[in-house]
Ligand binder design. Structure first.
Ligand code: ATP
Length: 627
């Protein structure tokens, strides 16, 4: 076999798995090694698929790299030819090398040596081109999939957990990667070796080959029948043992109760019985396995002996040369090895088929929200006007629970409107419809006078700067986080908005100022700092409409004052829609819109609404945090 090393490499089920042992310099596993190990473990649990048709979807990806794919096929054919050619050369060396007192012995062995050299090089080239094509396909697939994932709208994420989406991006792609790199190279080589080997076997000796083919069912029969039984019995004995362990765990956990009730002996007896039970199940498995082993060895070695005996008789009778017999034996070994190896690869193929099916499901998913064929352009310069009229909306999967019912609201350019209402009234939903994460079932949402359904969602979203409650930040520096609002922002612009957002002071005080990495999700900052940075990020966008979801989480007095000052700055000079939780904010608003159960129930200024003594008056008393 030319690349048995590949077999051992394959046993690590994911390519990433091989890196799992890698450690960084300080002895701890590196982040990459940890991820690889996690993916390797997760890969074990992903479902297989018997139908391997999904793998055909990889073909277009491979065809994008035709040159390398062709090179892979070329070297695959050459390396297989070289390994099969080895058997022909061995035959020649035996049959002709000793003729004329061994005159051509050196030549034959030179040829064998040259073949070995060529085989080595061809195998290396095959490995390189197959793996390179595979890795390239995987890189394209990864990029394509992530691109797709980020275009999917919240309706999609409502029925698929983000964890599952990430598993598809990492674990599932790693499973396909194993197939496309290690397994494909290995399996194709073995497949070709098998086909070529069997064809050559027929040429060398049709009689003996026929005999071998007759023996094969006798070999596969016991493997199939006993193998199945052994697997069933293995599961049974594992289950019994798990039962025993479970009972032991329970007793140890509650050892005081066991002792207080004086139940030690009965617990020991029960555990003993469970262990004996597990032992009996193992015994059955051992018997089946022993019989299977005996049968396989008898059939295999008996068969080999029979075939060799018949071959040797043919040699004596002059119907076959000794070299041909040697070639026959070598080819049989190659072909048998290839069958075994293909069986091993089959598990990887099924795993990858399952993975590819899941990946394709994501690739095929189309977002509900997309630009129409001919989007209507929003007016420039932007006016900063939003309007929702008679909007009815229920979230996907909750059709019976409308979040907005006949909701209408118009916000004029430059106006500040505070949305107030009990939890679940539909305030955040208003924002989600404006940002066009969803479309309403009935009614109209328009931005700057254009129906958002007729516009390009990217252009619509460009009109908004959004500060959400959670203010998610990203790993990267403070500057990069501000530039998330607008990539082209200069450092000066970033400083200017940071100043307006009351964030300049703390950013400058960071060890590397604007270049300080903030850690994953900006976790090195305090809650108030994160909020101010998020406000700076929204400000740098310089969008005409600000959507502000005030944080409900309490900050300390100083942070609260700073955040409030940042918000005051943000709200000036642009249309603002704010989900308000602070008294100061509602007092500043031009208009307060009170929502309840998806409807507008009251509207007016703070003073007017308090005087009305309705829902707002009650909320104001309970909900607003005084500054
Ligand atoms: N993604 C979602 N899928 C299904 N239902 C949702 C979803 N988001 C919100 N809802 C439901 O829609 C209704 C309105 O929710 P919304 O988040 O707009 O309320 P809210 O007024 O912003 O409340 P809060 O002040 O608590 O954030 C609620 O009944 C809520 O359970």
């Amino acid at each position: 076999m030319t690349d048995q090393s590949a077999a051992s490499a394959r046993s690590a089920s994911l390519p990433a798995g091989r890196a799992a042992g890698a450690a960084s310099l300080d002895g701890r596993p590196s982040a990459g090694a940890v991820l690889a190990e996690q993916m390797s473990e997760a890969g074990e649990k992903r479902a297989k698929r018997r139908d391997i048709r999904p793998l055909a979807r990889l073909i277009p990806y491979a065809l994008r790299h035709k040159g390398h794919a062709l090179m892979a096929v070329f070297w695959l054919l050459l390396s297989t030819t070289a390994s099969l050619g080895l058997t022909a050369l061995a035959r020649g060396a035996i049959d002709h090398g000793f003729e004329d007192g061994g005159a051509r012995l050196n030549l034959w062995f030179l040829l064998l040596g040259a073949n070995a050299l060529f085989l080595g090089l061809a195998t290396a080239a095959r490995y390189f081109y197959v793996t390179r094509t595979g890795e390239r396909v995987i890189a394209d697939l990864r990029k394509g999939l992530f691109g797709r994932i980020l275009t999917l709208d919240p309706s999609f994420y409502a029925h698929m957990r983000t964890g599952e989406v990430l598993s598809r991006l990492t674990t599932d792609i790693a499973l396909v990667e194993t197939l496309m790199t290690t397994s494909v190279s290995y399996a194709l080589r073995n497949f070709l070796t098998l086909i070529g080997g069997v064809v050559l076997l027929f040429f060398v000796s049709p009689k003996l080959t026929g005999l071998v083919l007759l023996i094969v069912p006798f070999l596969l029969g016991p493997i199939f029948i006993f193998g199945r039984r052994v697997r069933k019995l293995t599961v049974a004995s594992q289950d019994r043992f798990a039962g025993a362990v479970g009972f032991a765990g329970e007793s140890v956990d509650a050892v005081e109760t066991v002792q207080a009730f004086g139940r030690e002996h009965s617990a020991i007896a029960r555990f003993g019985a469970a262990v004996e039970d597990a032992f009996d199940a193992s015994l059955k498995r051992m018997r089946a396995r022993a019989w299977m082993t005996a049968l396989i060895i008898v059939v295999m070695f008996g068969g080999v002996t029979l075939v060799l005996w018949l071959g040797a008789r043919d040699v004596v009778a002059g119907q076959m040369t000794p070299g041909a017999l040697l070639q026959f034996v070598l080819l049989s070994v190659f072909a048998a090895g290839a069958v075994g190896a293909l069986g091993e690869s089959w598990g990887d193929v099924q795993k990858a088929a399952g993975a590819m099916e899941r990946i394709e499901e994501l690739m095929r998913a189309t977002p509900d929200i997309a630009a129409p064929a001919r989007p209507v352009a929003l007016p420039t310069p932007p006016r900063g006007e939003v309007s929702m009229s008679a909007v009815d909306f229920a979230y996907p999967g909750r059709p019976d629970l409308p979040a907005l019912k006949g909701f209408s609201l118009t916000v004029r350019p430059g106006e500040t409107v505070a949305l107030v209402g009990p939890s679940g009234a539909g305030k955040s939903t208003v924002f989600r419809l404006l940002l066009r994460f969803y479309d309403p079932q009935t009614g109209l949402v328009s931005v700057d006078g254009v129906d958002v359904r007729q516009a390009d969602p990217v252009e619509v979203r460009n009109r908004f700067a959004w500060v959400s409650q959670e203010t998610p930040l990203f790993s990267g520096s403070a500057l990069e986080n501000i530039r998330f609002g607008r990539e082209t922002a200069t450092l000066e612009e970033a400083r200017a908005v940071a100043e307006k957002a009351q964030a300049l002071g703390f950013i400058d005080a960071l060890p590397e100022g604007f270049d300080t990495p903030l850690g994953e999700r900006g976790k090195s900052l305090s809650g108030g700092q994160r909020q101010r940075l998020a406000i700076a990020r929204a400000l740098v966008r310089d969008a005409p409409i600000l959507l502000l979801d005030e944080a409900t989480s309490a900050l300390d007095a100083e942070s609260e004052r700073l955040v409030q000052a940042a918000l005051d700055q943000a709200m000036t000079e642009r249309t603002t829609l704010v989900i308000a939780h602070r008294l100061a904010t509602v007092l500043r608003a031009d208009r307060i819109v009170v929502m309840d159960d998806g409807r507008v129930v009251e509207e007016g200024t703070h003073a007017q609404l308090v005087a009305q003594g309705g829902l707002y008056a009650r909320l104001a008393q309970l909900q607003f945090r005084a500054d």
